[in-house]
Design a protein around this ligand. Structure first.
Ligand SMILES: Nc1ncnc2c1ncn2[C@@H]1O[C@H](COP(=O)(O)OP(=O)(O)OP(=O)(O)O)[C@@H](O)[C@H]1O
Length: 763
């Protein structure tokens, strides 16, 4: 090894500064001076150069001769981070050789947890031929057949997704032994099993969902075995199981023995099983100098099993570990970071640290409040930037919390000749279920099209109306109907001539409504199609015909009224820009094709990327847009739950605080628990033995104590959820290097108001 063993660490650091053109902060230097005598936690804030420092730290250890590069293992969570580490290592080696710091070119091993676990498993004869299944979606077709309680609100694919999110959570939190049922299910009846499952998800599902969960997941396990496949969860579980056998444990430990220095990046994302495996397989010597690097403020994967408690309690996990901070953010403009700090510091589950920006004067924030005169201010600004030839579009990112937010934005942008890369074709407006109901009904009326009319008949008069149409058609014989007018004439004949059946009576009422709307529309068309009122009238006709369906769906809460209104007002506004519905339909077809067809996408000059807040982690952009962050899950008023009941609150403290709040601030307490949709609250307050004025006495009642305990658990869970949402918002804000744009919609996520934002932009 051509090391610099004669050079002191200070000299190596100075060479690094000159070779890389950086001036390290005192904190960074302190980390590079680490002597590897103790375990180390690098408690880093976003953009503080932790990846940079991790790699340089490895290079210092190698150049001082403490380890050979082949003895170093860097573990990450995603392939993207692994590649980033590999690339940066190469780059630094080259740049440092220019200043005389030469290292042999063998590379340390940078690996994801998955790849490492797979490698270990394959050393075991039993698993040497296993193949990896990247995702359950490989079996979607087969798994779909096991969904026998389809939801009225979610598609089958969405339901499958929810099933596997729940399954992952259970596996990663160690809540299941067989990867299907909750632990202890042998002593539970069905109802208790469903109840235990429902505790593992924040969504509220019908019993049918949990029945389907068991069917789907059981079948999934069978399919994997039949096909000789293992997924990422299986790897962890199979490793742990085989580690119970001393022979295999030793075998895996022998493989890991070569690594004398191990660094785990993004340690805030580690889950229980990953920690169990890694801590058992590394030698005690390597564990004694284990370096973990992470930012507890960026722990956003609890739904996948990540548990910030490992980073929070590292010093207890590894007695005599030391903690070093990286508190200067080199990425985020200072003004933007200042806006983020008041929010994130409200979290109670976080490590003590100071946060500051390297460049405190940098950064601009714009906020936008959509109103009647300016609904799309934020998108207009985005369009200007995308069209600005001096800006590289890769430097722009639109971040959303929920997938549906991509739909209208992408369509609006397509109207302005900008292609939004939303990464999911099913989210394109023209493929939206409710949009299709209206637009196909419009096409039926305008183009005299029977097929569209028939497609949407169940939305005009429910399934019974479709049955009536089938009946009328049957009387007509087997001939195909192409024109809606043909069907309407047939049914009119039936109305006049037949002794009507009950089905006819039901159907004629809807037929009459269709005839009326159809005639109106066709009369307008005959008077000349170029009339600014026609498109909107046509929309209103379609709305009238489908009103029963939408009222039914919203009253049963299958559709959110807010989301529906947003969609329809967008559609109405779109239509008001056309004189002829044909032009509208043509343009809609065009937009669908540019947003979904590969060859069309490739032709689009102006592209802009949409990412979820989760996807944006680890990335940085000059211009960031926080778009359509709504109160869908973090409801107005519910932040009080986190304010008064921290996620780690003890039961005694909870009871103490709750007793006072319910007595003196009853209205606000009702609001907080109700808006957080914590049903355990209403269970408690409706229990007749519970009396807030005689709180102490109520607690003598067994039932009250049980309900109180249920409420305590639910409040803690919701409080932890709020803190995770706060971290997610922090991740989003800190992606912005120069400019942050925030949309404050009417039903904005209340966490946005914890940020220090300027007044909305006036147009
Ligand atoms: N001492 C320094 N002086 C100037 N720039 C620096 C310094 N250290 C790091 N940087 C720069 O700061 C930016 C962020 O660094 P890096 O990507 O390593 O941060 P990170 O902590 O891994 O980020 P995150 O956790 O938010 O993804 C990079 O552009 C890096 O070059």
């Amino acid at each position: 090894m051509d090391t610099q063993t004669t050079a002191t660490t200070e000299q190596i650091i100075r060479l690094m500064e000159s070779g890389l053109g950086l001036t390290f902060s005192q904190e960074q230097k302190q980390i590079l001076m680490n002597d590897f005598e103790k375990p180390l936690l690098v408690n880093a804030c976003a953009g503080s150069g932790k990846t940079t420092i991790v790699i340089l730290m490895i290079l210092v250890a190698i150049s001082k001769g403490l380890v050979d590069s082949s003895e170093v293992l860097g573990v990450t969570f995603s392939n993207r981070s692994r590649l980033d580490m590999d690339k940066r290592y190469d780059k630094y080696i080259k740049e440092l050789s220019d200043v005389g710091l030469n290292m042999r070119d063998t590379q340390p091993l940078f690996s994801t947890f998955h790849a490492l676990f797979l490698h270990l498993l394959m050393t075991n004869d039993e698993y040497k031929n296993i193949e990896v299944l990247q995702s359950p979606s490989y079996f979607t077709r087969q798994l779909k057949t096991k969904i026998t309680h389809p939801s009225d609100v979610c598609s089958i694919n969405e339901t499958l997704n929810q099933i596997f999110t729940l399954n992952n959570y259970m596996i990663n939190q160690d809540l299941t032994e067989d990867c299907i049922y909750p632990i202890g299910y042998g002593n539970m009846n069905d109802e208790e099993v469903f109840e235990a499952l429902s505790q593992c998800t924040r969504q509220e599902h019908e019993i049918g969902f949990y029945q389907d969960y068991i069917e789907v997941v059981t079948y999934y396990q069978e399919l994997k075995i039949q096909n000789g496949l293992v997924d990422f969860n299986d790897m962890k579980i199979l490793l742990l199981q085989s580690m119970k056998d001393k022979k295999y444990l030793k075998q895996y430990q022998d493989v890991m023995k070569q690594f004398k220095l191990v660094i785990i990046d993004e340690f805030q994302d580690i889950d229980k099983l990953q920690w169990k495996i890694i801590s058992k397989l590394l030698s005690s010597e390597t564990m004694s100098r284990l370096v973990v690097v992470g930012d507890d403020d960026q722990s956003v994967y609890s739904f996948r099993g990540s548990n910030p408690k490992y980073i929070m309690n590292y010093c207890e996990l590894m007695p005599n570990a030391q903690t070093l901070n990286l508190s200067t953010n080199y990425r985020t403009g200072g003004k933007i970071l200042c806006a983020a700090i008041p929010g994130i510091t409200l979290n109670s589950i976080r490590l003590e640290k100071s946060l500051q920006a390297f460049n405190s004067e940098k950064g601009t924030i714009f906020t936008y409040e959509p109103n009647n005169s300016e609904e799309y201010g934020i998108l207009k600004h985005l369009a200007e930037q995308v069209n600005d030839s001096s800006i590289d579009n890769k430097e722009i990112a639109v971040l959303v919390r929920y997938n549906a937010s991509r739909t209208i934005a992408a369509d609006w942008l397509a109207n302005h000749n900008i292609y939004a890369n939303i990464n999911n074709k099913s989210l394109v407006l023209q493929r939206n279920r409710y949009y299709k109901i209206i637009v196909e009904t419009m096409r039926a009326l305008w183009n005299n099209n029977y097929k569209y009319f028939y497609n949407q008949s169940s939305r005009i008069g429910f399934k019974k109306y479709t049955a009536h149409i089938d009946e009328v058609k049957k009387r007509y014989g087997k001939k195909r109907i192409v024109k809606l007018s043909k069907y309407l004439t047939l049914t009119q004949d039936s109305m006049n001539s037949l002794t009507s059946t009950e089905l006819d009576e039901y159907g004629f009422e809807f037929d009459s409504a269709v005839i009326e709307e159809f005639n109106d529309i066709q009369n307008m068309k005959n008077e000349g199609p170029e009339n600014a009122e026609i498109p909107v009238d046509l929309f209103i006709s379609a709305r009238r015909l489908t009103v029963r369906y939408f009222n039914f769906m919203t009253s049963r809460k299958f559709i959110s009224i807010k989301e529906l209104n947003k969609l329809f007002s967008y559609l109405a506004e779109e239509l008001s820009m056309y004189k002829n519905p044909d032009d509208f339909f043509k343009h809609e077809d065009y937009k669908e094709s540019i947003l979904t067809k590969k060859e069309e996408v490739a032709k689009q000059q102006n592209q802009v990327q949409f990412l979820s807040l989760h996807q944006s982690k680890g990335l940085e952009f000059k211009y960031v847009y926080l778009y359509d962050l709504s109160d869908k899950e973090v409801h107005q008023g519910s932040l009080d739950i986190n304010k008064f009941y921290r996620p780690d609150i003890s039961f005694d403290n909870f009871v103490d605080i709750f007793s006072k709040r319910i007595l003196f601030f009853r209205e606000r307490t009702d609001k907080a628990f109700n808006s957080a949709m914590i049903e355990e609250y209403s269970d408690l307050v409706h229990e007749k033995s519970f009396d807030p004025r005689n709180f102490e006495e109520s607690l003598n009642n067994k039932r009250v104590i049980q309900l109180m305990y249920n409420l305590y658990k639910a409040a803690k869970k919701y409080s932890a959820f709020i803190e995770e949402e706060r971290r997610l918002l922090y991740v989003g804000v800190t992606r912005a290097k120069a400019e942050l744009n925030v949309e404050l919609i009417g039903n904005a996520n209340p966490l946005l108001f914890e940020l220090n934002l300027p007044k909305p932009r006036q147009n």
